[in-house]
Design a protein around this ligand. Structure first.
Ligand code: MG
Ligand code: ZN
Length: 218
């Protein structure tokens, strides 16, 4: 038991050191880096497609796609005309800083303004692994149920922004938006929450405005 705890600490410390190196490297190039987290199917890739279409004329965007298998998401992103690098974790349920360091070698960082890392769909361990990002954005979709905030508190506690997706489905399902808001703010009192439908574009304006302000400051 003691040894197992030691190994976990060791792994997390090694990751932290590598994350710091990534962060230094990214900041040297004034890149705003976003670590995007949600469970599978919440709509991260669909939202990213919208972000790219709204922002690519003004900013150079690079995307790292984390998935257990397949290049499906990076192909979707690349179809929008931005450079996307796929990391397949071959079973691992999160990205770590070393994987990101290797992916960074594939970009012309001097040209990039905004780097978005779509993490592996999982609300548990990605929360523990810093990648060197400036901001963590956590997305929940209405179909997952409001109880997921209380069930996966760490990821919400450490978020710099929270997005509720699939608001277009609210008339058809049981999801208490007021409870969601209260539960998120209980864990993370000042975090901004954005309510969007990545599918039909509802609510995108405020979210894009927030993100743009962060890119401009970086
Ligand atoms: Mg995806
Ligand atoms: Zn994991």
């Amino acid at each position: 038991m003691t040894e197992r705890i030691y190994i976990e600490r060791h792994v997390l410390q090694g990751n932290k050191d590598m994350a710091k190196e990534n962060s230094d490297r990214l900041r040297q190039h004034d890149i705003l880096t976003l670590n995007f987290l949600s469970s599978p199917g919440a709509g991260k890739t669909t939202l990213l497609e919208r972000v790219i279409d709204e922002m690519k004329s003004k900013y150079e965007i690079a995307v790292i796609e984390g998935d257990v298998a397949t290049t499906l998401d990076s192909e979707r992103i690349a179809a929008h005309g931005v450079h996307a690098v796929q990391i397949n974790t071959h079973g691992a349920c999160h990205l770590d800083a070393k994987m990101i360091a290797q992916a960074l070698d594939r970009f012309d960082l001097a040209a990039v303004d905004l780097l978005i890392i779509e993490n592996v769909g999982n609300l548990v361990c990605p929360a523990e692994f810093d990648l060197g990002e400036d901001l963590r954005v956590v997305m929940l979709s209405t179909t997952e149920g409001v109880d997921k905030v209380a069930k996966y508190p760490v990821v919400f506690q450490r978020a710099d922004a929270v997005i509720l997706n699939k608001t277009d489905l609210l008339p058809y399902i049981q999801f208490d938006v007021e409870q969601f808001k209260a539960d998120v703010h209980r864990l993370n009192p000042d975090v901004p929450i954005f309510y969007v439908s990545a599918l039909n574009g509802e609510g995108m304006h405020d979210w894009i405005e927030w993100l743009t302000a962060k890119v401009v400051k970086a």
